[in-house]
Design a protein around this ligand. Structure first.
Ligand SMILES: *Cc1c(COP(=O)(O)O)cnc(C)c1O
Length: 355
């Protein structure tokens, strides 16, 4: 008995957890600051915590209207029809839904390098092949339609990430539109906006109206602080939005997740504090970090440190966990998530003592 040939598949490498690092170093988890997974420094939206507690006694039932309620709320916010909101088990789950709806065996997808590993992983599950386009350090990780189109070879899906993880750079709406227009009729452009709330740029959701070839991925894991709950969605064109019913996992977005999501959308105080503090932290890191940094539109900053692996380990011994970007092909850098003011100051202090 064997699995199918999985030699082309790679395991997802998540940022390291506090308990894991604390155990390894033999220290109290309370003394660690985790800035490795772009989570929300202020925790979950308080209103979401209340909603989670309120729903706990009824989780023996299958989800009822919560998903429909959340789809309707999101549709209203983004000025699309409810059918165009594909709720899923995290942004990753939304990517899987798009893979299922689009990819036939042998189809290609085009993904950024460096970039988010899950685009390629999901495509491979669906027997798709993976091509890449570069986002080059020599060009300060600038994203352009020209580079994407130069590497485009008729792929079924082209993935764009804006703001981009791990570099923080953005792709302009006009470049997204150019890519959608200049690629084949049967090519879908997927814009992953996991961090868009931290950016001042307009969302690509505005481009979907009247088109059938752009979809946008969003998540509740970052600004809303619900990474552990697993809730995200795609906004898809009206033309094929009804495919959701045929590709969705039954009850993929749980009752608790949907109720928490609805509550988090209304927690303005938490959202504002989160976005303001991230903007402060980015500016603080650019100004005070002893080494090259790149301007970021997300809640993290890519910083050059020399030997990313060694510096990450040394920082960990001082209580700061960050993401070594070696697995992204940037072994000389680390990605530091924006923490609270205190956490961010402490992180920069530790790094400036190391690099
Ligand atoms: C965090 C993230 C996502 C979504 O993550 P989920 O937790 O699955 O919602 C998607 N894309 C990028 C680039 C991310 O960093």
């Amino acid at each position: 008995m064997h699995t199918r040939d999985l030699s082309e598949h790679v395991a997802y490498e998540a940022g390291r957890g506090i308990e894991e690092v604390a155990r390894e170093l033999g220290i109290d988890p309370a003394n660690l600051i985790k800035l490795s997974s772009n989570e929300n420094a202020f925790g979950p939206a308080p209103k979401a915590i209340e909603a989670i507690k309120a729903r706990a006694p009824s989780v023996h039932s299958y989800p009822k209207s919560s998903a429909a309620d959340l789809r309707a709320r999101l549709a209203e916010r983004h000025d699309v029809a409810s059918e165009q909101i594909w709720l899923a088990n995290g942004g990753d789950g939304a990517i899987d839904c798009l893979s299922r709806a689009m990819i036939r065996p042998g189809d290609g997808v085009l993904v950024p390098d460096p970039g988010f590993a899950y685009y390629g992983m999901s495509s491979r599950y669906h027997h798709g092949s993976v091509g890449t386009y570069p986002i080059r350090k020599a060009e300060d990780f600038e994203q352009s339609a020209e580079t994407v189109l130069n590497h485009y070879d008729g792929e079924r899906i082209v993935y764009l990430t804006s703001p981009h993880n791990p570099t923080g750079s953005e792709m302009s709406a006009s470049d997204v539109e150019t890519i959608a227009t200049d690629t084949d009729e049967e090519t879908l452009v997927v814009v992953d906006e996991a961090y868009v709330e931290y950016s001042d740029s307009p969302s690509a959701i505005e481009l979907i109206d009247g088109r059938d070839d752009i979809a946008v991925i969003r998540t509740f894991s970052k600004v809303y602080g619900l990474a552990g709950l697993r809730l995200g969605f795609a906004v898809v064109p009206e033309a094929w939005a009804d495919a959701y019913a045929r590709v969705n996992t039954p009850f993929a977005a749980s009752e608790i997740a949907c109720r928490a999501g609805l509550a988090a959308l209304d927690d303005d105080e938490h959202i504002e504090k989160t976005i303001e503090t991230a903007a402060w932290a980015r500016a603080y890191i650019y100004e005070t970090f002893d080494g090259p940094t790149w301007e970021s539109a997300g809640n993290f900053v890519l910083c050059e440190v020399g030997d990313g692996g060694a510096v990450t380990e040394a920082a960990q011994r001082e209580g700061i966990i960050v993401r070594d970007t070696t697995s992204f092909g940037l072994p000389e850098c680390v990605r530091i998530t924006c923490g609270t003011r205190e956490e961010t100051k402490r992180a920069v202090e530790v790094f400036n003592g190391l690099v």
